[in-house]
Design a protein around this ligand. Structure first.
Ligand code: 5GP
Length: 205
């Protein structure tokens, strides 16, 4: 095998860079889900992971936002090692199944901070975007319009400061979601730069 050059890579072929793992974090209600769908619609190299959760469907959710399961089913999947990460958040379990993305697709995750820490530990080169609301007032409004009841809104807002603190520690980039179009354009342009750098590391300053 040692001297068989027929299996050597063609040195004139561009090296294909490893796919990116892209993570969106930020307090509930900040618009990560809408942003994630927008990113995928605007970039056909991005593949959005569909999480599992044990929480109830909200009014207005179609059912394809998550794979909704009961606790026993979720626990079985944990025991079988089927998650890249999982966490308990406000009494419900959420998890990212080991990605089944097409070859070379960049994987996009929309998760909370405990999960993002696990992804960072497993994939230290993951690109983590912290998404911030323009203000706490706007965050409250968004929670209300998406159908969360008062108790949930209070819960979600109470955990926002800790999520933001940890989020800042984990984030490679911070994006304010005051305008969906602008926030998604910012993220897509950062991803494009990163891909360029991966293909062509010598362009890095
Ligand atoms: P929600 O109940 O509002 O849909 O989601 C609550 C939080 O769980 C959000 O911050 C959301 O990003 C996060 N989340 C969604 N899917 C996952 C996942 O697979 N893993 C983790 N760790 N968090 C998730």
């Amino acid at each position: 095998m040692g001297s068989d050059l027929s299996s050597a890579p063609n040195c004139f072929e561009p090296l294909s860079a490893d796919p990116l793992t892209v993570v969106l974090i930020g307090p509930g209600g900040v618009g990560k889900g809408t942003l994630a769908r927008r990113l995928v619609a605007g970039d056909d190299r991005l593949w959005l992971s569909r999480s599992w959760t044990t929480r109830e469907r909200r009014p207005g959710e179609h059912g394809d936002e998550y794979h909704f399961v009961d606790r026993a089913t979720f626990q079985d999947a944990i025991d079988e090692g089927r998650f890249l990460e999982w966490a308990e958040f406000h009494g419900n379990l959420y998890g990212t199944p080991l990605p089944d993305a097409p070859d070379e697709a960049d994987v996009l995750l929309e998760i909370e901070v405990q999960g993002a820490e696990q992804v960072r530990a497993r994939r230290p080169d993951a690109v983590v975007f912290l998404i911030l609301p323009p203000s706490m007032e706007r965050l409250k409004e968004r929670l209300r319009t998406r159908g969360d009841d008062d108790e949930h809104i209070v819960d979600r807002l109470s955990s926002a400061p800790a999520e933001l603190e940890k989020g800042h520690q984990l984030a490679s980039h911070v994006i304010v979601n005051d305008d969906l179009q602008r926030a998604s354009a910012q993220i897509l342009s950062i991803l494009e730069e990163l891909r360029q750098l991966r293909r062509n590391p010598s362009t890095k300053d």
